[in-house]
Design a protein. Structure first.
Ligand SMILES: Cc1cc2nc3c(=O)[nH]c(=O)nc-3n(C[C@H](O)[C@H](O)[C@H](O)COP(=O)(O)OP(=O)(O)OC[C@H]3O[C@@H](n4cnc5c(N)ncnc54)[C@H](O)[C@@H]3O)c2cc1C
Lengths: 385, 250
């Protein structure tokens, strides 16, 4: 791992072991193939099963529900390594762990936890998270999807947009407003009548990840589908805090990939009889990437310490997500530039990471939305709403 | 069946090794369980699938603990760590390890076929000698029925099939198996497994018989041989000749 300030040395032995294992897994099973998956616009379903077998899906979930109860730092390192492979693969793990398992764990009934968490942790079941709708993903409180009570059942109507894994999912955690206009979460099996999930085509980003819509036409679910503890916008936002935490680590994995590839490339590429890495302009870019990686990693590390100590707050998470993704994206653009023409082909991982990071900069709260969240926290003045 | 796996911690394949004051300095280098030893751990877990009666045995410095945790996280039941940062020659190592084998009474001992750091292949043989046991080296396939072992091992010009009775020392070779990743639940479980610590003195040994005087890093110079590609058949023949006769890699 690119670890200029020796952050890894502060970790607990098992955190280092988990990191080593995932790094080896990514080197052996993801990096050699992910370029092809990206080109083809697919992600093999059995990769989720493999991740489940290794225990890296929802790993902070307690053992009794099929998780391993690992620290948030270990979870962060898992996200880092998966995204060193590809942001799309980290997205699959984020959605499964932070956006599907977390709400079931945090807001679900005992019966729901027992039924779904072990299956999701093992990767035997794939979940998706339906919050965003087609107009104005940044303002989820304005959602139109409705859950109308009919007898003891709920009937769901509406549609969701940009939903990671919806076309391949077995269950969807769907957010909808109830008869009182309060946002509630529902676990909806995707084979329920009236549920469909068309795939979004022609994506030029996050291609090694399936994205779809969710269309709900009179989808009738029993009351036992409702996540009883979910109430109001803060419930889905609580999930997003978990996922954003993982992204703050993950983006740095992508940055490591483009940095290490560029270091190697610029040392062997020569112009005018000298390696380009021996030029001041090139070194400036390499040093900028390395410095931003180091700063970001220190932030992610402290965020993890705070999270496990119970002192992390959402504005810190927003700051880390906002910063770490943007520096990774800017680093990827520099790497693209330093690879010249080779930087635009998927023969090298550069353009793949660069294009992926455009999504990561947008989803889970856009860069600017996080600016406004942190700005509001700093000033007490609301420029967001 | 009871199985012992000898394990060592070595610089990771990617690790950059430096020399300091005429000796290799591993400070700051990434170390890992020797890949050859990993084959042994994996094989032990394929024989005793629940990990029962499988013991990792390590003889080396404090940092060997990482390799021990890895073996336990793969699934071995417990570990014995004779902690010493002294350089010990293979014969001295075998003397200590033989005493552990006598204490533990296993049916089978796995040992890496070749050390990734020193390239030595002697430890398995030295241990078999110290125990007066049979050994199978460079093992690529293994079948055990009751106390009889059928094994395939590499020899210079091909493969050899052997049939021997337990107890045995078996040294590994690439191809024996595909080692598993330690899963997250098993990494967490490994934290609670027993690692018994011992010292050289516990085995009546004061130190090794060989002293390392000097080590240096060899900088391999590239040969920069260019083959004229005008005639592809001739170029391919030339390349094969260079690889076979000069580089001796094929
Ligand atoms: C590949 C991919 C996968 C995704 N996966 C999921 C998923 O699994 N589940 C899910 O629910 N969603 C998912 N999303 C949706 C994602 O979270 C949204 O795209 C994101 O929240 C932005 O919403 P939007 O696209 O509607 O943009 P908009 O909200 O329309 O924003 C457009 C622009 O306006 C800016 N803007 C908006 N409001 C303000 C304001 N008040 N002040 C200043 N600027 C503002 C934004 O910063 C942005 O630049 C995914 C998106 C992508 C691209």
């Amino acid at each position: 791992m690119f670890d200029y300030f020796k952050i890894l040395e502060n970790l607990k032995p098992e955190e280092r072991d988990i990191h080593t294992m995932v790094r080896e897994f990514v080197d052996a099973e993801i990096i050699p193939q992910v370029g092809d998956w990206w080109d083809e616009g697919t992600l093999p379903r059995n990769l989720t099963t493999k991740m489940g077998e290794l225990g890296i899906l929802g790993p902070t979930t307690p053992e009794e529900y099929g998780g391993s109860g690992v620290s948030s730092t270990a979870y962060g390192l898992i996200c880092y390594e998966l995204e060193r492979g590809d942001s799309g693969i980290r997205s699959t793990a984020s959605v499964q762990g932070s956006l599907v398992m977390y709400p079931i764990y945090a807001y679900g009934s005992e019966e729901q936890k027992k039924k779904y968490l072990p299956e999701l942790a093992a990767g035997r079941m794939v979940g998706c998270f339906g919050l965003t709708e087609s107009d104005g993903g940044s303002d989820p409180g304005a959602m139109r999807t409705r859950a109308t009570k009919d007898g003891t059942d709920y009937v769901l109507n509406g549609s969701k947009m940009w939903i990671t894994n919806s076309p391949i999912a077995d269950i969807a955690v769907v957010w909808a407003k109830d008869d009182d206009g309060i946002i509630r979460g529902f676990i909806v099996p995707t084979d329920t009548r009236g549920f469909s999930a068309p795939k979004i085509k022609n994506k030029m980003s996050l291609r090694a990840s399936v994205t779809g819509e969710i269309v709900l036409e009179d989808v009738r679910v029993p009351a036992s589908s409702l996540l009883p503890g979910s109430k109001g916008l803060k419930s889905p936002l609580g999930c997003l805090t978990q996922a954003r935490y993982g992204i703050a680590w993950g983006a740095l994995g992508a940055l490591e990939s483009v940095l290490s590839t560029t270091l190697e490339y610029t040392k062997s590429r020569t112009t005018f009889g000298k390696p380009i890495a021996g030029r001041q302009l090139v070194q400036h870019k390499l040093v900028t990437m390395a410095t931003q990686h180091s700063l970001g990693l220190m932030m992610a590390y402290h965020l993890g310490q705070n999270k496990d100590a119970g002192t992390m707050n959402y504005a810190q998470v927003s700051m880390a997500k906002r910063n770490n993704v943007r520096v990774a994206l800017e680093g990827a653009r520099m790497a693209r530039e330093l690879h010249g023409g080779n930087g635009i082909t998927t023969e090298y991982p550069i353009i793949r990471h660069m294009l992926n990071l455009e999504t990561v900069d947008t989803y889970e709260g856009t860069h600017d939305i996080h600016t406004l969240i942190v700005g509001r926290d700093l000033t007490g003045l609301n420029a967001l709403e | 069946m009871k199985i012992l796996c000898l394990i060592r911690q070595v610089p990771d394949a990617e690790a950059r090794v430096k020399a300091k004051n005429g000796l290799v300095d591993l400070e700051g280098a990434t170390l890992a369980l020797d890949g050859m030893d990993e084959y042994g751990v994996e094989q032990a877990l394929r024989i005793n699938t629940d990990g029962a009666n499988t013991v990792a045995v390590a003889l080396g410095g404090a940092r060997f603990e990482d390799a021990i945790r890895r073996a336990l996280a793969m699934g071995l039941e417990r570990a014995i760590h004779v902690e010493s940062s002294e350089h010990l020659d293979v014969v001295t190592q075998a003397k200590i390890l033989a005493k552990i084998v006598q204490e533990e009474q296993p049916d089978l001992v796995f040992c890496g076929g070749q050390h990734a750091d020193s390239d030595s292949q002697a430890l398995g043989a030295a241990l078999a000698e110290a125990l007066n046991w049979n050994q199978i080296t460079w093992t690529t396939a293994l079948e055990i029925e009751n106390s009889s072992v059928k094994a395939t091992h590499d020899v210079d010009d091909g493969k050899e099939q052997l049939e021997l009775e337990l107890p045995l020392v078996i040294t590994t070779q690439q191809g024996l198996n595909e080692p598993r990743y330690p899963t997250l639940p098993n990494i967490m479980k490994a934290k609670k497994k027993e690692i018994r610590k011992a010292s050289l003195a516990d085995y009546g040994v004061a130190g090794g018989k060989v002293r390392v005087v000097k080590q240096e890093i060899q900088d391999k110079q590239r040969l920069n041989k260019l083959i004229d590609g005008k005639d592809p058949t001739a170029a391919a023949e030339e390349l094969i000749k260079l690889l076979h006769v000069e580089a001796k890699v094929i």
